[in-house]
Write a protein of this length. Structure first.
Length: 217
């Protein structure tokens, strides 16, 4: 049986969140294709993980035998998150764009799971080759050639971390222009938003089924 680690980070709930709507479509497709599989879910918007601290950071570079009680407790929390990642067969991340980059809650999760000598900084990082699908929603468009292309720090950052540092097999699904239906100044972009939303939902369903089928085989 395959395991999907599903992480959401939007501050909005349900259909009010574009990223959650698309990750939900992916997850449902996964479960329909592989009902005997497992989904491990983390809602970072509702239950944030601790931000990295001096104790949790320094513990990652020290011999466990030398850890203080504070380092041991902080590092144990990091290890639990790392083991969730390592034990999953595939990862799904909802990463809405806030102020040109990812939510701080998702950054906190990444800071915890990036451990030099284990998940990163080795020739064979422990999550290497693991498929990860990121739903990178955004209120406008930051695609190449658009006026704000240079302000895109979601995909660029996650490529550097997930693909380059952790060695994961990264794919993006990008619902754009999500503010068009609620911002009168963007009303003329509603048809483009609807096209982007439909394409994102279709891609999520297709990818969810394909991954579940391949990993369950």
């Amino acid at each position: 049986m395959a395991t999907l680690l599903h992480i959401d980070s939007s501050v909005f709930t349900g259909s009010a969140s574009a990223s959650r709507t698309v990750t939900d479509a992916f997850r449902k497709a996964w479960q329909e294709q592989h009902p005997e599989g497992t989904v491990v879910y983390r809602d970072l918007g509702a239950e944030p993980v601790p931000h990295i601290t001096a104790d949790s950071h320094t513990a990652g570079f020290a011999d466990p035998a030398t850890h203080t009680p504070e380092q041991s407790a902080a590092f144990a929390a990091r290890v639990r998150l790392i083991e969730e990642l390592e034990q999953a067969d595939a990862v799904l991340i909802g990463a809405p764009m806030y102020n040109f980059t990812i939510p701080s809650t998702l950054k906190a999760w990444l800071d915890n799971i990036i451990l030099i000598g284990r998940t990163a900084g080795t020739e064979s990082p422990s999550a290497q080759g693991k498929p990860v699908t990121v739903v990178a929603s955004r209120g406008g468009s930051y695609a190449p050639g658009t006026p704000r292309a240079g302000m895109e720090y979601v995909q660029n950052y996650l490529e550097a971390v997930l693909r380059d540092a952790l060695g994961m097999d990264l794919e993006f699904i990008v619902p754009e222009l999500t503010m068009a239906p609620v911002n009168p100044a963007m009303s003329e972009l509603v048809p483009l938003y609807e096209t982007s939303r439909a394409a994102a939902l279709e891609a999520a369903e297709t990818k969810g089924k394909e991954l579940a089928s391949r990993l369950a085989a």
